[in-house]
Design a protein around this ligand. Structure first.
Ligand code: AMP
Length: 148
């Protein structure tokens, strides 16, 4: 792995699906240091041709993989694989390896959000965000129709 010239922020993104790749491209556009990890090297094709960060193929549940990411220097670790159990397990490992990093995890099931919050793990739940957004759009409709 090439070494990074770590400056202000160093963000590690675990999972290079549409969401992970989108966040990575956005941080790279802002000239932030970013490293994307995915167990499937083909996933890196989702990154923009202009992506200026680093990529690393590996299974993030493997402590050896995590330990080789300069993880203790990370200011933020964003965990967005497609599996809640993997995301939570990796988040807990990351918290142990990089206690000062801001850890943000995608969770499909919102049931345990508050437990993870207590552990210092921020969670993003797509179904809750979508419900809130749809609620807002419907409230706009009611407002426009003079029903509010
Ligand atoms: P998506 O479902 O499009 O958000 O993509 C999720 C990504 O997470 C895929 O590219 C998977 O290969 C990746 N992924 C799943 N499990 C792991 C893991 N244990 N370590 C690293 N990447 C993973």
């Amino acid at each position: 792995m090439k070494s990074l010239n770590i400056s202000k922020t160093y963000t590690i993104i675990i999972g290079c699906g549409r969401l992970g790749a989108g966040i990575a491209d956005s941080l790279s556009d802002q000239e932030q240091d970013v490293l994307v990890v995915d167990c499937n090297p083909g996933a890196f094709r989702k990154l923009s041709p202009d992506f200026g960060g680093l990529t690393k193929a590996g299974d993030a549940t493997d402590l050896n993989v995590l330990s080789n990411l300069d993880i203790c220097k990370a200011t933020a670790v964003i965990i967005v694989t497609d599996n809640d159990n993997i995301n939570i397990m990796v988040a807990q490992l990351v918290k142990g390896l990089a206690p000062r990093a801001h850890v943000i995890t995608r969770l499909y099931n919102p049931d345990y959000q508050c437990i993870y919050k207590e552990q210092g793990i921020d969670t993003i739940c797509p179904s809750l965000l979508s419900a809130r957004e749809i609620d807002g759009l419907l409230a706009n409709d009611r407002e426009e129709a003079g029903l509010l």
